[in-house]
Design a protein around this ligand. Structure first.
Ligand code: NOJ
Length: 788
């Protein structure tokens, strides 16, 4: 079999020095360890217009795929199972040849529509069977228009908004010819040291499942092949978020009960929403690498959950089965991944499937039938996407898709809805537009475009980013003087491989003298201003893949700067840009107002300016437990009572075991009151559904949103249950003085759990506590009983 020359070599010819540098870095330095990774009014997927479930079996697609399979040589089949990275901007002969010979089924990271069209043309006119390529990309929180990072979107507690955001992202990516996104990432993360906590929905499986479903619907639309949509890929299956010590890529050891009750539900939600593909995770799960894990990929995913799409390995993860000490050699890795059920191998250059599967068939290690079964879903997906009929895109339409003003509006609204008000002493916020003559905007993140966007932002036009400084200047015009001083610089002490792909490079490091001067300048600016707005947190490369850290404090001299500016006596508003909870204990005690903005995206600056000056009201809530310091890890709200629960806060003798802010927490510019909590049936039978109602009143003077949250606790059973578990939520808009009654259902879905004693899903006849309120410490309480 003729092999495709190494992708690395191919890429090395591809063009700019930046690309070359990235390729050399990833190819030579990182590939064994990491991968680079690197208005439209669509009908809502929930509308009843079209009832086809996105991932539903499509008999016609099946027939066409089978007809194609019948014509394919073994080599052509194996070629379909090969996906390569391509970072370049120019054609590469070896890649063209690979496509022509049917040795490449998919490419990722090509974002130029002309190049995509060109490659697609080779596939559909020059390859023997004219099978189109599927182009994948990490469309995580936007493509051209960048939305808040996923942890921020989850903080909106607004699945409809999130669905809309991913609809926009899908349309922009599809416009350039990308058909497939490696999202949503639904890994539950309970350790904020883990950098990728920024890519998920936080620490709770119920919220995580809601965000998972919403994103799948947004990306895919009503069915795979909906115009202007993509195939979604739920990742990383499974347990990646439980990396030991929060160290990215380290092993996960998860009990069966935790796996079923906590880590798997968001995946299950994506499968039930019809997700078209799944990415197998990098790490060992309970000693078996996820990419070679037959139990996960066949028994759970396909047999039990009836998943009919395809599984792609994470980058190089098939080859990495060797470095895990799980496969003897490349052929063994190919056989193990294939047997486990990986349909498509993503790699930089290893192409372990391409180079080994034919031999494995010859040696009877795998059968042609096994290969057919894994190639079929890949072909079906290409058929469902309509790629055989419409392989190319209209390059002339790309700009108008990107320039759609509705996309910017959606991004701004998303950033507003994502923000969480953590503290607002004496109602310092919202600020008056006329009270301050001079505003000091201070901090290393105030005017950094890349850090306003967050990780996985590669394909946008960086010039279209509204930083917080820019947003404040636009809002205040010439009426108020807005002056900026960075004060400090922050940087990682070991570089991120992703920095090579950034559009805005880090500024050169200041000298010692410069650093002292800049610090002084910032404090002086605060002294000479009426108020200081401080933008602190983490550079975007401190959070994300390959971005775990051992502590969660404010990097660099940021705390010192905050303390010095606060010491001026001027009012201080702290705005955080970050992707994980940080140790802001000092700020929580000493700074009057704190707004969590996450990495808010292209419209971040305008959104934050609206929030600070009251043109928008914060209504986001924390999608995770905001711990005080790394010593508390793991610490999440839904823990068990266990021994001596009355003394839970005294588990450490040196400090109280309480979070800085509880899960679900967030303030508003108005106030809300909950009352009249009722479980309308004090007793229900197993399998029946109880209805919970509560009244919510806006008791303040501003129209605003409150996220009504319902928590339960099963009082006894065959296993211990968490002290509280989220089982319902709704983001409600209320005018001042308005009251609404909110309804929730509690049925078998909400009341069952996987019991470590029964080793199965159970619903038990027991008494349940119910709390409803604005966060996980809600005190409004009721109970009901489930009877046999
Ligand atoms: C590796 C990352 O783990 C994964 O999330 C990403 O989708 C792939 N690389 C592709 O970039």
């Amino acid at each position: 079999m003729i092999r495709v020359p190494s992708n690395m070599k191919a890429l090395a010819c591809a063009g700019t020095s930046a690309v070359l540098a990235a390729v050399v870095f990833f190819g030579l330095v990182c590939s064994p360890l990491i991968c680079l990774s690197a208005q439209r009014k669509e009908k809502s997927a929930e509308s009843k217009q079209e009832e086809i479930k996105p991932g539903a079996a499509d008999p016609q697609a099946r027939q066409r795929a089978d007809a194609l399979l019948a014509q394919m040589t073994l080599d052509e089949k194996i070629g379909q199972m090969n996906q390569l990275f391509f970072f370049g901007s120019k054609p590469v002969e070896s890649i063209d040849t690979g496509i022509r010979k049917g040795q490449i089924g998919s490419l990722l990271f090509v974002t130029d529509p002309a190049l995509i069209n060109r490659m697609q043309k080779i596939a559909v006119t020059e390859s023997r069977l004219k099978i189109p390529l599927i182009f994948g990309f990490d469309v995580i929180h936007g493509f051209h228009t960048i939305f808040p990072v996923p942890i921020g979107m989850a903080a909106s507690w607004d699945p409809k908004m999130v669905e809309g955001a991913q609809t926009v992202a899908a349309s922009e990516a599809r416009a350039v010819g990308i058909n497939w996104t490696f999202a949503p990432m639904v890994d539950i993360a309970r350790d904020p040291r883990w950098g990728r906590i920024v890519e998920g929905a936080g620490d709770d499986p119920y919220l995580g499942a809601a965000m998972s479903r919403a994103q799948v619907r947004g990306f895919q639309g009503n069915r795979i092949g909906s115009p202007d949509h993509l195939v979604a890929c739920v990742k990383h299956f499974a347990g990646y978020g439980a990396a030991e010590g929060g160290r990215d890529y380290d092993a996960s050891n998860i009990s069966d009960a935790q796996l079923w009750n906590v880590y798997l539900p968001p995946f299950r939600a994506a499968i039930d929403a019809g997700v078209g593909s799944v990415m197998s995770a990098y790490m060992d799960l309970n000693d078996v690498p996820a990419t070679g894990n037959r139990w996960l990929l066949r028994d759970v995913l396909r047999r039990d959950w009836k998943f009919g799409g395809f599984v792609v390995s994470d980058a190089n993860a098939v080859d990495d089965l060797k470095t895990h000490g799980y496969a003897r050699d490349a052929q063994d890795a190919a056989v193990k991944a294939l047997t486990a059920g990986v349909n498509l191998e993503m790699s930089f250059s290893a192409a372990v499937y391409l180079n080994n599967l034919a031999n494995a068939v010859k040696q009877n290690q795998v059968s042609v039938k096994e290969i057919d079964d894994l190639v079929r879903p890949l072909l079906e997906t290409k058929i469902k996407l309509g790629l055989f009929e419409n392989p190319s895109v209209d390059e002339a339409k790309v700009k108008s898709t990107f320039d759609n003003p509705a996309h910017r509006e959606a991004a701004k609204s998303a950033a507003q809805r994502a923000a969480v008000l953590l503290k607002n002493q004496n109602d310092l916020l919202p600020l008056s537009k006329t009270a301050y003559k001079k505003i000091a905007v201070i901090g290393p993140l105030a005017d950094s475009r890349q850090d306003t966007l967050g990780s996985w932002s590669f394909a946008m036009d960086i010039n279209e980013t509204a930083t917080i400084l820019a947003g404040l200047k636009t809002k205040l015009g010439t009426t108020t003087q807005v002056e900026f001083a960075a004060g400090v610089q922050i940087s990682r002490n070991s570089p991120s491989p992703f920095d090579m792909l950034l559009k805005e490079k880090h500024a050169p490091a200041w000298t010692g003298t410069q650093a002292a001067d800049e610090f002084k300048k910032a404090v002086e600016l605060a002294k000479n201003s009426d108020i200081a707005v401080m933008l602190l947190g983490e550079n975007q490369d401190m959070s994300g893949e390959y971005a775990s850290r051992s502590t969660i404090d404010l990097p660099g001299r940021q705390l010192e700067l905050l303390q010095a500016v606060t010491a001026t006596g001027k009012p201080v508003v702290l705005v955080l840009l970050n992707g994980r909870p940080l140790d802001i204990t000092w700020a929580a005690q000493n700074v009057p107002s704190i707004l969590e903005a996450w990495y808010p995206g292209s419209e971040g600056g305008n959104a934050v300016a609206d929030l600070l000056f009251g043109d928008a009201v914060p209504g986001g809530k924390l999608p995770l437990t905001w711990i005080k310091n790394a010593g508390q890890i793991p610490f999440y709200y839904s823990h068990n009572l266990t021994q001596n629960p009355g003394e839970q806060e005294k588990r450490y003798w040196n400090e109280k075991v309480v979070p800085l802010y509880p899960f679900g927490y967030g303030l508003s510019y108005t106030t809300f009151a909950f009352s009249n909590l009722k479980v309308n049936q004090p007793e229900i039978k197993i399998g029946d559904t109880a209805e919970v109602t509560v009244d919510l009143k806006n008791t303040g003077s501003r129209a605003a949103d409150e996220v009504v949250q319902l928590y339960i606790h099963q009082q006894a059973g065959s296993a211990s249950r968490p002290i509280r578990e989220l089982k319902g939520f709704d983001r409600i808009a209320l005018a001042p003085g308005e009251t609404k009654t909110i309804r929730f259902k509690l049925g078998p879905e909400e009341l069952r759990y996987w019991s470590a004693a029964a080793r199965d899903w159970v619903q038990e006849a027991e008494t349940f506590d119910v709390w409803v309120g604005g966060d996980s410490s809600a005190s409004l309480h009721s109970t009901f009983r489930v009877m046999k």
